[in-house]
Write a protein that binds this ligand. Structure first.
Ligand SMILES: Nc1ncnc2c1ncn2[C@@H]1O[C@H](COP(=O)(O)OP(=O)(O)OP(=O)(O)O)[C@@H](O)[C@H]1O
Ligand SMILES: [Mg+2]
Length: 318
């Protein structure tokens, strides 16, 4: 689903010389006495102010990494720190710098929305927080739901409360584990506008999502995880530019010239050919013309992050 009017990623602010916002240092995680290797020596830093995307197919290890960051699970090896504070040795300092929106909906059904947010503020020792709570409710479209009991909310509204809960103590580092899974277009728009504003104001954001157009629109840099290993990590623009950036698609009943056949994806009458630049597009069209290969419904489109993701996950560049 397209993200209409996505916020433009702000330029990456240079690191201020302090510690990284998040540091993952050779993090490994095994489950079931070593039978499942969910994370295998994962290392990367996220700088303060970055909007960073962590992408990967189901089971790649994204939630495992976030659970270790949140202190909900222990790494089998390596370490994780938040603004220089180790999440195990210095848990309280690390945790208070983090706002985490979990993938699973967990909430206490007996409290109202406002009570839930007040309790969470108290947990972080923040008093007289109602002004900020009101701003959160307003920005997340929950202003008229403040007195609703949590169990009276729909699934999407509960997710909004989880986002508010994560932000209640104004954490400098915001972590969102698939915050838009199964939620409506309106919440996505509201959520991204708000999160992009917080990022412009200096908050660091780590996002996992399966909606690759969201990641493409929002993230400065992207890491791709496959079976617990990082298989790509670069600025979003570099990831897009470094691969085939143009996709030619047409229909034909004729056999393709041999020189094109190897580089084409053929599905019935539909032929797709990747090209890196305009010269390559011209070359492909000239080859088709010289071979007198009849072409219908020719389209030339830009390859997007989804094409890049599939290319990387299929192992072409892993
Ligand atoms: N508590 C657990 N016990 C055993 N195995 C687990 C546990 N939690 C996760 N795993 C396994 O670890 C691997 C990584 O799972 P994880 O939840 O981190 O993936 P993910 O990238 O978040 O996937 P998704 O996109 O589906 O949310 C999977 O093989 C999963 O089955
Ligand atoms: Mg997950």
């Amino acid at each position: 689903m397209p993200v209409s009017s996505p916020p433009t990623p702000a330029p990456l602010s240079p690191p201020a010389g302090g510690p990284p916002a998040l540091r993952f240092d050779t993090v490994s995680k095994t489950y079931r006495s070593g039978q499942v290797k969910a994370l295998d020596q994962v290392s990367f830093d996220i700088q303060p102010g970055e909007f960073f995307g962590l992408l990967g197919p189901n089971g790649a290890g994204k939630t495992s990494l976030i659970s270790i960051l949140a202190g909900l699970s222990r790494a089998s090896g390596g370490s994780v720190s938040v603004l220089g504070h180790d999440v195990v040795d210095d848990y309280a300092e690390a945790r208070k710098r983090l706002g985490i929106v979990p993938q699973e909906l967990v909430f206490d059904p007996f409290f109202s929305v406002r009570e839930t947010l007040r309790i969470q503020s108290g947990y972080f020792g923040v008093r007289n927080n109602d002004d900020w709570i009101d701003e959160l409710l307003l920005n997340l479209g929950l202003a008229d739901k403040a007195h609703f009991n949590m169990r009276q909310l729909s699934g999407g509204m509960k997710r909004r409360v989880l986002v508010a809960q994560a932000l209640v103590h104004r954490p400098p580092v915001i972590v969102l584990d698939e915050p838009t899974a199964g939620v409506d277009v309106e919440l996505r728009q509201t959520l991204w506008q708000f999160i992009a504003r917080l990022n412009r104001e200096g908050h660091t954001v780590l996002l996992t999502t399966h909606y690759l157009e969201e990641a493409e629109a929002l993230c400065h840099r992207i890491a791709m995880l496959k079976q617990g290993r990082i298989v790509a990590l670069d600025r979003t623009s570099e990831l897009l530019a470094g691969r085939a950036s143009t996709m030619l698609q047409f229909k034909t009943d004729a056999a393709l010239p041999v020189s094109l056949r190897d580089q084409s994806r053929i599905t019935g009458r539909i032929v797709q050919i990747k090209a890196h630049d305009a010269t390559e597009v011209e070359h492909i069209l000239a080859t088709l013309r010289e071979a007198a290969c009849p072409v219908e419904d020719l389209e030339i489109g830009r390859a997007d992050l989804e094409d890049v993701f599939l290319e990387i996950m299929q192992g072409a560049h892993a």
